[in-house]
Unconditional design. Structure first.
Ligand code: UDP
Length: 327
């Protein structure tokens, strides 16, 4: 397959591009380098720097590559906390950018689309682990913006026959030897914890220890980025036959922030001091995925089902690349 990967210079997009190429597919990366890194783009991918806000740039991309089989859409604003401060960056830009992409894709007859969606759709889950039948209650403008795009896809299927899969990631984590997580500023818990182990920060601030969980800190389901990437490839191969799908994507294991820190202490041998800060707006107490549907329908099998192997892979990359892609 020839796949257009938006956001293919970013964390999850670049690793998925590498997995696609390793599996014998071709990739065209479209990225504005807002958070992405040229060095993260696989050397065998075609790289086009451009912005999804620029409809003409998308039209030119499709005009130059008229044999695209499907789209994996990673490019997006992705931070819950930021979305509570700058809601329109999410509610407007994430929606408009996806709409621009879909509009041009359909004009060029491209009708397979995989969306990076999110567990932030489930702010008030009634059952844990969270299945695809759970009621959708976005926890922030970020989650709402992903829901907007899921709805866009719903109508693009009915009207234009687009087949799609929405992959609702829980907490993407872990790295590969060649590519890793490098955001500026970094806001995600595992890289922050490892920055303390590297001596780049003094301590980790835990955002709230008064949640209704056994140790008072938030519980999340960490899923390795390579396992996420494999889910994209499986979904892209299947949707034409099985039809459009929504999948919750995690390991089904929840770990508290304190457990993350404890595991990182064991992996790195560093004491990793912590301090307690206020809660971060938009954070639900517990998010654990049921990925039963994905396993059953697509045969998805995570290679890194446990937190320790995820943190080990991240530590390997961060130790080798302490300044991220800058080096
Ligand atoms: N978190 C924290 N301290 C930090 C960064 C994150 O306590 O410096 C917490 C955050 O409040 C959430 C969990 O770690 O409960 C995971 O946050 P992250 O930003 O990594 O991912 P998200 O759940 O927002 O996708």
């Amino acid at each position: 397959m020839k796949i257009l990967v938006t956001g293919g210079a970013g964390y999850i997009g670049s690793i998925t591009t590498a997995e696609l190429i390793a599996a014998g597919h071709q990739a065209i990366v479209f990225d504005n380098l807002y958070q992405g890194h040229p060095a993260a783009v696989h050397p065998e991918a075609v790289f086009v720097q451009g912005d999804l806000a620029d409809r003409n740039a998308i039209a030119q991309l499709f005009a130059e590559h008229n044999d695209i089989d499907g789209i994996m859409h990673f490019a997006s604003y992705t931070l819950v906390g930021e979305s509570m401060q700058k809601p329109l960056l999410y509610l407007r830009d994430n929606l408009v950018n996806a709409a621009n992409l879909l509009e041009v894709a359909v004009e060029h007859g491209v009708r397979r689309f995989i969306l990076s969606s999110t567990a932030n759709l489930f702010d008030a889950p009634e059952k844990m682990p969270i299945s695809e039948n759970e009621r959708i209650v976005p926890g922030s403008p970020y989650g709402e913006s992903k829901f907007f795009v899921e709805r866009l896809l719903h109508w693009f299927e009915r009207i234009y026959g687009v087949k799609y899969a929405c992959l609702r990631y829980f907490n993407a984590a872990g790295d590969t030897p060649g590519r890793g997580e490098d955001h500026d500023p970094e806001t995600h818990i595992i890289p922050i914890v490892l920055q303390v182990a590297l001596g780049q920060r003094e301590a980790v601030t835990i955002f709230g220890d008064d949640y209704p969980t056994p140790d008072g800190t938030c519980i999340r389901d960490y899923v390795h980025v390579v396992d996420l990437a494999q889910a994209h490839i499986l979904a892209m191969q299947a949707i034409s036959e099985i039809g459009s799908r929504k999948y919750n994507l995690g390991n089904g294991n929840g770990y508290s922030i304190r457990e993350v820190v404890e595991t990182a202490r064991m992996v790195t041998g560093h004491p990793i001091p912590t301090r307690i800060g206020p809660r971060r707006p938009g954070d639900p107490a517990i998010l654990i995925a049921s990925s039963e549907t994905l396993r059953r329908e697509l045969g998805w099998q995570p290679r890194y089902p446990d937190l320790e192997s995820i943190i080990r892979s991240a530590w390997q990359w961060h130790e080798a690349n302490p300044q991220g892609y800058q080096k």
